[in-house]
Design a protein around this ligand. Structure first.
Ligand SMILES: Cc1cc2nc3c(=O)[nH]c(=O)nc-3n(C[C@H](O)[C@H](O)[C@H](O)COP(=O)(O)OP(=O)(O)OC[C@H]3O[C@@H](n4cnc5c(N)ncnc54)[C@H](O)[C@@H]3O)c2cc1C
Length: 510
């Protein structure tokens, strides 16, 4: 089978690498077409822990990858000024505490009024305590559950990641073609794309096409006109300006998202620089004001010219149509508040590999046409739609779960009508501190708990079984967890020292 990937950004090279590895010993040939003239979106530096499993499946050495991409470890995201101005919290990767009599720790903590006034739930998450102290340790090295029940991700230079994966994929026989796609041929009976024409008149034929062409959606939209579900009434921020700056003396092991009057500002620390950007709603601020606000909040001198980006949040009506599968920005876009785009690329690739079409061809007018089983594409579309919707709800939660009404943007969120799925989730939380667990969803209950409590949304009641936990029993249990975490964080190294000791620091021999 001939597979053609259009686009050589993070999505294109992740897809190429995964396919090259998966089909190493099969007669499936992968070609990637990209245009250096068009270039890539050039942002996207913070990730979720799942990316470790993507790299591991490829057999990538963690040290080598971190050096090559100037990566740092990420224990979570600090949200500043979201619940109310002057308040911040960390959404860590991992759980809070350890269950007590099979009851979630956060429920038991909520049921003890004295614990709520004496401690913060985040005292019981290794990721939060370590992040606040600028320290890092691998999860598997802890002796107690509290020390082990956290995850980590990376913050990296996404341009370098794409280059790193390009070398990987080309070593596994992926063919790269430099060129600009100017035309697409569609077979009228099946609606399949059969070939692409490049600006130098070269024709690239394939059986299956992966559209990784970025926001423009060259195949999924421009050729197949799949349509877009516009979610800007829920997530109205529609622009961003990004500018890197000199790195800080010490590198925080976490990303920071600071709420603003008309959006929010990200800070993503890498080994050699800090990535910054202001995501905003153009209705309530000008491009110049957004840039000025960003520049004022930089931790160091800017190291490049600002880059302006435009987007519309939402998703394609279909991610897989005929023989075209859209992965990456061509599939849809949700603002990067919880670093989910690269994760959605990974999900798209994983689902595609699980539902990869069989080699079943029809011959129409002398052309070979791959037969797509609609059950496969329907299943793929349903799964990806759920992923997008659930992330949308989680992002929206940050905007609506708060007391802010100090600007027009925040007043808009105060009065908006929410998607039914989020209304239901919030209702269950408010009535009994319950968080539904999704089968196809990225964020598990601890993530929802982190944001809800971090933004002061207290439930009226908690799990009735908490009545069986005495105050003494709870406090003994909680004190042990706190002590274990304290010991583990005391023993952990400062983040940069850890990077160097581990051999992941660029410019130093492993
Ligand atoms: C403001 C902002 C901040 C972000 N921050 C994060 C983050 O922190 N974490 C995260 O996970 N994600 C983030 N993202 C998303 C992330 O940047 C993207 O998901 C990721 O870079 C993948 O992009 P892509 O490969 O789909 O598209 P692109 O990088 O745009 O690549 C498109 C490719 O298609 C090629 N192409 C296009 N048209 C043609 C043509 N006609 N012929 C040939 N080639 C063509 C281009 O040359 C390029 O190679 C952010 C996005 C934005 C906008």
């Amino acid at each position: 089978m001939e597979v053609c990937i259009v686009g050589g950004g993070t999505a294109g090279w992740m897809a190429a690498s995964a396919m090259a590895k998966k089909f190493e010993n099969q007669s499936i040939n992968v070609t990637l077409v990209e245009s250096e003239d068009i270039g890539t979106v050039g942002v996207g530096e913070a990730t979720l822990p799942h990316i470790r499993f993507f790299n591991q499946a490829l057999g990538i050495d963690e040290r080598e990858f971190m050096k090559e991409t100037r990566a740092t470890f990420k224990l979570g995201i600090e949200f500043v000024d979201w619940g109310k101005i002057g308040q911040s919290y960390i959404h860590p990767f991992g759980d809070f505490g350890q269950s007590i009599n099979n009851i979630d720790f956060y429920q038991a903590w909520l049921s003890q009024p004295s614990s709520r006034s004496n401690s913060d739930l985040s005292d019981y998450a290794f990721g939060t305590v370590a992040a606040t102290q600028g320290k890092f340790q691998f999860p598997h090295s802890g002796q107690t559950r509290a020390q082990r029940s956290f995850g980590y991700a990376y913050q990296f230079d996404s341009g370098l990641y794409a280059k790193f994966l390009r070398r990987f994929a080309e070593n596994l026989r992926v063919t790269r073609i430099e060129g600009k796609v100017v035309d697409t041929t569609i077979e009228p009976n099946s609606g399949n794309v059969t070939s692409l024409t490049l600006s130098n008149n070269r024709v690239v034929k394939a059986d299956l096409f992966i559209d990784c062409s970025g926001f423009r959606g060259l195949l999924i939209e421009q050729a197949l006109q799949t349509g877009y579900q516009d979610w800007s009434s829920w997530l109205p921020c529609n622009r961003a300006v990004a500018v890197p700056c000199e790195r800080q003396d010490s590198i925080p092991p976490y990303t920071r998202a600071t709420a603003q009057e008309a959006g929010w500002i990200w800070r993503i620390p890498l080994q050699h620089r800090t990535g910054n950007g202001h995501v905003y709603w153009s209705e309530f601020t000008s491009d110049q004001d957004a840039l000025d606000t960003l520049i004022m909040q930089l931790d160091g001198k800017p190291t490049a010219e600002p880059k302006q980006l435009y987007f519309k949040t939402g998703r394609r009506n279909a991610f897989w149509k005929n023989n075209v599968i859209a992965i990456g920005l061509s599939a849809g876009f949700l603002e990067p508040l919880e670093s989910t785009s690269i994760h959605l690329i990974q999900e798209g690739i994983t689902e595609l590999l699980a539902l990869f079409p069989h080699e079943n061809y029809a011959h129409i007018d002398g052309a070979r046409v791959l037969q797509i089983n609609e059950l496969d594409s329907d299943e793929y579309n349903q799964r990806m739609a759920l992923q997008f919707e659930r992330i949308r709800d989680f992002l929206l939660l940050h905007y609506v779960a708060n007391d802010r009404n100090d600007s027009e943007m925040w007043r808009y969120f105060n009065s908006m009508s929410l998607p039914g799925s989020l209304v239901e989730k919030l209702h269950l939380w408010k009535k009994r501190a319950y968080v539904q667990r999704y089968e196809h969803g990225t964020f598990l209950p601890p993530s929802w708990v982190a944001v809800l409590l971090g933004q002061n949304i207290s439930p009226e009641n908690c799990d009735p079984r908490c009545a069986s936990i005495s105050s003494d029993e709870f406090h003994r249990h909680a004190a042990t967890i706190k002590k274990d975490i304290k010991n583990a964080v005391d023993a952990a190294l400062p983040h940069e020292a850890f990077l160097r000791k581990f051999g992941a620091y660029y410019g130093e021999p492993v």
